[in-house]
Write a protein that binds this ligand. Structure first.
Ligand SMILES: [Mn+2]
Length: 392
């Protein structure tokens, strides 16, 4: 007996990532490309192992896109066998999911075992009530079993293994467990698994050269993982330890732009770019000009979307054990100035004149307590900045 099939999962159709219509289309496109390949290869059937849709309540356009792909498989007499993932379950136990609708319309076979005391019954799939745990294909020569997403129960059934597995990460275990990963990029952490995609599986029960491991029982299938075409997704960690002012940070970002941007100019697929700023900041994060940095990235990458995350830590203030005794009211003023000096000194830009800045902050606080006019306080600060900061 010979057969071939394609195994996909986690297509997440309908996901409008970052609220972008283009991303919504990307997810459909990657699904359709796999269907093109399925038809080219003349496979016998297709498996969708959960999360065809991104969510239970889908938009009409998502359903249209799904049917557009599934219809082509139907026209080529390629059956599609699916299970419900955690994203496409129906709202209520008795409610009808969109997968059940597609099943009812004859586009898919939705395997859903009848449960008895928490355990699935091994019964053939019945097209009348759309229930059953297996289906026979190719004249009864291939039998497919399906279990929907088990939630926390899967952790128990795959004890120890489950921790190492992420559902969108591709993996293979012991020559018979396969997970293709998500064809498009649902979240930034998936970038590290570049060989995500789908499996093209050939079965040949007469061939023994498909042995995967000579120590194991003869394995008569060959599973090839195929990387999907998808939009480039870049993630860069910009470390800022030791950088003394925003200009130094911009220079480092500019270096990255010049180095990496070249690779993406003129490509027809505009990339998604995510920058994560990490490390301990030596200046106030409020001094960073977000739109200036975004502009820099736009110029270098012509991206579809840019995101800059500030994941920096502030320095902790640990008061030193000075000679001043806080219980003595008469030293409070001095103590306050000392704290101001220390805090202001964390910002490298104010460090050279931290004593003067400490005095300025004390004065500002006093003016506010005296209910001085805001314009006057602002004017005082303006003058002090002009005197203490180097001209820019
Ligand atoms: Mn998923």
């Amino acid at each position: 007996m010979r057969a071939s099939f394609i195994h996909i999962a986690d297509t997440h159709l309908g996901y409008e990532q970052y609220g972008l219509r283009e991303r919504f289309n990307d997810f459909s496109r990657s699904f359709w490309k796999i269907i093109d390949d399925a038809i080219d290869r003349k496979i016998d059937f297709m498996i969708i192992a959960g999360d065809l849709f991104n969510k239970r309540a889908i938009a009409a356009q998502t359903l249209i896109h799904a049917i557009e792909g599934l219809k082509r498989l139907k026209e080529h007499n390629i059956p599609v066998i699916t299970i419900e993932g955690n994203h496409d379950r129906s709202y209520y136990r008795d409610g009808i999911s969109w997968l059940q609708f597609l099943c009812y319309q004859g586009y898919i076979i939705l395997l859903a075992p009848i449960m008895q005391e928490g355990a699935p019954l091994i019964t053939p799939w019945n097209s009348e009530n759309m229930l059953g745990s297996y289906v026979n294909l190719i004249g009864g020569k291939v039998r497919l079993y399906g279990l929907p997403w088990q939630g926390a129960a899967i952790t128990r059934s795959l004890e120890g293994m489950a921790q190492a597995l992420h559902v969108h990460k591709p993996y293979e275990l012991e020559g018979w467990i396969y997970n293709p990963g998500s064809p498009e990029t649902c979240s930034v952490e998936e970038i590290q698994w570049d060989d995500r995609g789908y499996y093209y599986v050939e079965i040949d029960t007469d061939q023994s050269e498909f042995l995967i491991d000579p120590m194991q029982k003869a394995c008569r299938h060959r599973a090839s993982r195929i990387r999907t075409q998808r939009r480039p997704f870049l993630r860069h960690e910009l470390r800022i330890d030791g950088l003394e002012d925003p200009q130094a940070l911009y220079a480092r970002l500019s270096e990255y732009c010049q180095r990496e941007g070249k690779k993406y100019t003129g490509t027809k697929e505009r990339p998604l770019v995510q920058i994560s700023i990490t490390g301990t900041l030596s200046f106030d994060p409020g001094a960073l000009n977000q739109s200036y940095m975004e502009e820099m990235l736009h110029e270098a990458f012509q991206p579809l979307h840019v995101r800059i995350d500030n994941n920096t830590n502030d320095r902790d203030y640990v008061p030193d054990d000075g000679d001043l005794d806080g219980r003595d009211r008469s030293v409070w003023h001095e103590l306050e100035r000392h704290v101001f000096e220390e805090l202001v000194g964390f910002d490298a830009r104010y460090l050279p004149a931290k004593e003067q800045w400490g005095a300025v902050l004390s004065e500002l606080k006093q003016q506010a307590l005296d209910e001085e006019k805001p314009e006057k306080i602002a004017q005082f600060l303006r003058e002090k900045r002009a005197a203490l900061l180097p001209p820019t």
